[in-house]
Structure formats: C-alpha cells, structure tokens
Design a protein around this ligand. Structure first.
Ligand SMILES: Nc1ncnc2c1ncn2[C@@H]1O[C@H](COP(=O)(O)OP(=O)(O)OP(=O)(O)O)[C@@H](O)[C@H]1O
Length: 368
C-alpha cells in the first residue's frame, strides 16, 4: 500500500508554529492538492513528508511504513522514504545530459546498467522526451526541463509523488497543457500524489481532493466541486473562485429557510439555508456567476441595483452593482445597458455564515 496518513503533524520554528497539528489522509493512487496563500505551510507539509523538513510532533505513515513519529522518535532519512519529488525550480543537474539526469536515482540505488537504460528510455518516452535524451538542460525550454524533472521523479517507481508548484515557472498556455499531461502520467502510473499550489484553477482542475490551508491549519478538505460549491468558511469561499461576501441581517427563519435583509435597509432575500436560532448578523456568500442580471424586474425577488462598473472578460461581462449601499459583482453573458438594472439571487445560491463568529479551522457553515 502507498496511502499516506498525516496525523496531528506539528512543526515549530522557534516561537513560530508553522504547522498546527494537521491531519489528513491520501488514498493509494489519489491526487491530493495542498492549496492556500503564501506562507500557510504547504511546502513545509510536503517537505516534512519528503524528510526535508523536521516536524516537532505528530506522525507520517506511508502504507505500513512509519516515515516520522515524534513520540516514538522515528525519522526515516529522505533517501529511504521512497518519495519522488519535483520542485518548482526543477533542480535538474546542469552538467548532466537529460538521460543521465533521469538515470541518476537508479544509479544511486545501484541498479544494473541494462535495467537503468531500459527504465530511462521508457520514462523519457512517457514524458515525450525520447528524442532529446542527449541534450543538456541549458539546451531545453522550461517546459522540457520540467518534463525531465518529472521523469527523474518517477523513474524508480516511487511509492509517493510529491510536487511543489512544478508548473509555476511555465507561461500560461504551456501551463495548461502541462496540467493535462502531468495528470495523465499520474493516473497512468497510479501514483499517490501530493501537489502543492497557490493556484486555485490548477487545484480545481487536477485534484481528486483539495486540502485548503490557512495559517498552518486545515480549513477544509473535499473534492473540488465540494470546496467550490460548499465552502466551509468565508476564507475558503473567497480563496476559491470569485465570491461576494455580503453583510446582512436575519429577519426571519423557519423550516430550513432564512429571510435575510441586505445591509441595513436593503431588500429581503428568502434563502434555502438554515441558520442557528441566535444568529442575527450574517455574511452571505454568493458567486457572481450565480446572480442573474436583467434590465427589467422578473418577479418580486428581483433586486433593483445601480451599475457601478463593467468589465468585459471574454466569455462574459462582470458588473459591479450596488443596492442600498451594498456593493457586489454579477456576471452576465449579455451586455446590460444601465445605469440601473435588476439582480436576481436564486434562493439556493447563497451560503450563510454567522458574521460574529471568528473563522476557525474546519468551521462548518452556520447550521440550525
Ligand atoms: N527554515 C525556516 N525557518 C523559519 N521559518 C520558516 C522556515 N521555512 C519556512 N518558514 C516559515 O514557515 C511558514 C510556512 O512556510 P511554507 O514555505 O511552508 O509556506 P507555503 O504555504 O508553502 O508558502 P509559499 O506558497 O510562499 O511557498 C512561513 O511563515 C515561513 O516564513
């Protein structure tokens, strides 16, 4: 088995607690992404698994093998962890040819020459670099160097693949192509993979599950659709995709439905979202793409808005609108003339968060 279990992993640099006892599990063959803003501890988590950072407490296991256990003082050296690592910088040897770079992990493991030659040829073919085996890194493009780094990481069939922002040095177009081939190789080899990025699009596009991190703690773990559509906190909502966070006041609730007034004196929205009995001040999370904008009022739930700004984003327009002193964004495929219009927020489109409770790790949305 090559599943990975992180159990209450903590890491301090002096007084600075960088990992706050985090726990998650990566199933065999699964592609899990650590996503979060700069400094939240993604790389430290990955490097702890690789054996290149020193956790203070907790444990890391891969299948039956304990890689690290603070209480039992177990700390396997990196070369005995069987983890293939690809760094943002690629870290391929400049003085070695492509073939020698890829052969390097096998030579370290003292594999027979014929086996090395066969594995290098097979792996270079896998990453589409078969014709460039004799080139040196300075004779390669960034995308090709990245393929060499990937080939070197997978050539010895590691139990786990650890990827630290491997696509971030590529330009936008190459990056999109690289997502596809990297995911394809991972799936073909069935490699248990942990991927670090701060790019939400990359995380949504590639992952089986996403671990959203903030300040050394886990905010939410779930499938891409789940963390996008059902964020557990305003932080997750605003980190993944565009979100409006609209201040409101609960003016009534019953049977899983809640009436929320926008701002102090705006319209009242009837929402399919339960809230706790004592909750009054709330934040509504609504995605711009879920709000509809029309020139005429459609029904009683239509909200009159003033159009404050308009951006053309290719596939749609993004309008900045205001209603009773509250501003939010609305996406619309069609141009709307303005200066006034009507916004329609479907009853199921908003998530309701208690505005008075701090955003704590793993916080669930407000429930009845
Ligand atoms: N060797 C170190 N000594 C002291 N503090 C460190 C060390 N390495 C990392 N840190 C701190 O640990 C925190 C987490 O860093 P880490 O690199 O894991 O974040 P990250 O989420 O990967 O960020 P980024 O996306 O910018 O790489 C940061 O506050 C960083 O300054």
């Amino acid at each position: 088995m090559s599943d990975v279990t992180i159990d209450r992993l903590g890491l301090d640099y002096g007084d600075n607690t960088v990992l706050k006892d985090i726990s998650f599990h990566v199933a065999e063959g699964e592609f899990v992404t650590l996503l979060g803003p700069s400094g939240c501890g993604k790389t430290t988590t990955l490097m702890s698994i690789a054996g290149l950072a020193a956790p203070t407490r907790g444990s890391i296991t891969c299948g039956e093998v304990t890689l690290f256990d603070g209480a039992r003082r177990i700390n396997r050296p990196p070369e005995r962890r069987d983890c293939g690592v690809v760094f943002q910088s690629y870290a391929i040897w400049p003085h070695m040819s492509v073939a020698d770079n890829v052969a390097y992990p096998l030579r370290l493991r003292r594999r027979p020459k014929a086996e090395i030659a066969a594995a290098v040829a097979e792996t270079l073919a896998l990453v589409g670099m078969g014709d460039l085996a004799e080139r040196y890194p300075h004779e390669l493009s960034g995308g090709q160097q990245q393929r060499v780094a990937m080939a070197r990481a997978v050539v010895y069939s590691p139990r786990v693949l650890l990827l630290d922002e491997p696509l971030s040095n590529l330009d936008a177009k190459l990056r999109e192509q690289a997502r596809v081939w990297l995911k394809d190789i991972q799936a073909r080899l069935g490699l248990t993979t942990i991927f670090v990025t701060h790019d939400q699009d990359e995380a949504l596009a590639m992952s089986d599950r996403i671990v959203v991190m903030k300040d050394g703690a886990i905010e939410q773990i779930g499938a891409p659709e789940e963390v996008y559509r059902e964020p557990s906190s305003p932080f997750v909502a605003s980190f993944l995709g565009s979100s409006n966070l609209i201040a409101g006041t609960v003016v009534g609730s019953s049977g899983g439905r809640t009436d929320v007034r926008i701002g102090q004196d705006g319209a009242v929205l009837a929402l399919d979202a339960p809230v706790g009995a004592a909750v009054r001040d709330v934040q509504l999370m609504v995605r711009p793409e879920d709000v509809e904008l029309s020139e005429q009022a459609r029904d009683r739930a239509s909200i009159p808005v003033r159009i404050e700004s308009r951006m053309f984003l290719g596939s749609h327009y993004r309008y900045g609108v205001s209603h009773a002193g509250t501003s939010f964004f609305v996406d619309s495929r069609d141009a709307v003339a303005g200066p006034t219009a009507h916004a329609h927020i479907p009853s199921g489109a908003a998530r309701v968060f208690d505005a008075t409770s701090p955003t704590t790790p793993n916080q669930e949305p407000v429930r009845a």
